[in-house]
Design a protein around this ligand. Structure first.
Ligand code: JFQ
Length: 292
């Protein structure tokens, strides 16, 4: 350990570690589920860390929150009911609330400490909770989805940590089946789907499960987040059987002049071009993910 530096060391990315210079540790706690830490970094603003893994930094969280939200919501004409699994920091809520067609935003986060810490240290991220359409449920997303009536949601966004710890079940087949049940025909799901540089085997399994369960379309998109391992993060974009969804060509653009001018907080990362580009994959990943 180098004094004054935080290094993200994990068996999920053996032999490598991204480090950030620490100015000051702002919070350290242990919830019922994980260790929670917040520190002021020298160059990425405040940083949220769960069980030693970087969840978000003020400087680059926009890339992840905007892409995980607008890739699904801009792919269907008129999203009304949206469910967020995880995402306790509130960043996805902030992005979902940009969509005026949305009437109901349910969020199920297992760890209340993440919500409280985000409200205290990341107000520009937790601002999402201020939207009156938001209903917060503290609990296990797996159980929440089992209780949801069939066909309830237009979109489900699974903003999870990694498959070690509380989020492990969110990468397994029964969970994907419960998501499909909770979606209307032609509904869409977007899940956090790790790194093509580090986790091709995990991605291969997720894609295989999704192909069995989601009879609409199954796609993988990816983006750059400098403070995530290998500097990239991916997303599974799937739709259930029903009205077809072409994820690669957004039908419901959010980066229109009208939306951007009237929004007090303009999009920092997402736009329609980067939406389409996100589905372009390097050959080594294309071979695995698009295997016929
Ligand atoms: N809402 C915070 C983002 C959580 N996403 C994950 C955090 C941990 C990373 N290794 C992968 C993305």
């Amino acid at each position: 350990v180098i004094p004054g530096w935080f290094s993200e060391i994990s068996p999920m990315w053996p032999g490598e570690a991204h480090s950030l210079k620490v100015e000051k540790i702002l919070f350290q706690g242990k919830s019922d589920y994980q260790n929670v830490m917040v520190f002021q970094s020298s160059t990425y603003g405040k940083v949220l860390v769960l069980d030693g893994v970087i969840q978000l930094t003020e400087r680059d969280e926009c890339a992840y929150q905007e892409m995980i939200t607008h890739l699904p919501l801009c792919s269907i004409p008129n999203p009304k009911k949206v469910l967020v699994i995880g995402g306790g920091d509130g960043g996805v809520l902030r992005e979902v609330s940009r969509h005026s067609s949305v009437e109901q935003i349910d969020i199920c986060e297992i760890d209340k400490m993440v919500v409280d810490v985000s409200k205290q240290f990341f107000p520009d991220v937790a601002v999402g909770y201020e939207d009156p359409r938001v209903n917060l449920h503290i609990g296990d997303g797996v159980a929440f989805l089992k209780a949801v009536p069939e066909g309830t949601y237009d979109a489900v966004i699974v903003d999870s940590s990694d498959p070690i710890g509380p989020a492990q079940e969110l990468f397994e087949k029964p969970f994907f089946e419960s998501v499909a049940k909770a979606l209307r025909p032609g509904g869409v799901v977007c899940t956090q789907a790790e790194s093509i540089w580090l986790h091709m085997h995990i991605i291969e399994d997720i894609v295989a499960n999704c192909r069995q369960i989601f009879k609409g379309s199954v796609n993988y998109a990816w983006t750059t987040v400098p403070t995530y391992p290998s500097g990239v993060i991916g997303f599974m974009l799937c739709s259930t059987e029903g009205p077809s969804v072409d994820f690669k060509h957004p039908v419901n653009p959010i980066d229109t002049d009208e939306n951007c001018s009237k929004s007090k907080r303009p999009l920092r990362f997402y736009n329609s071009e980067i939406h389409s580009a996100a589905f372009c994959l390097p050959s080594f990943a294309k071979k695995v993910i698009e295997a016929k």
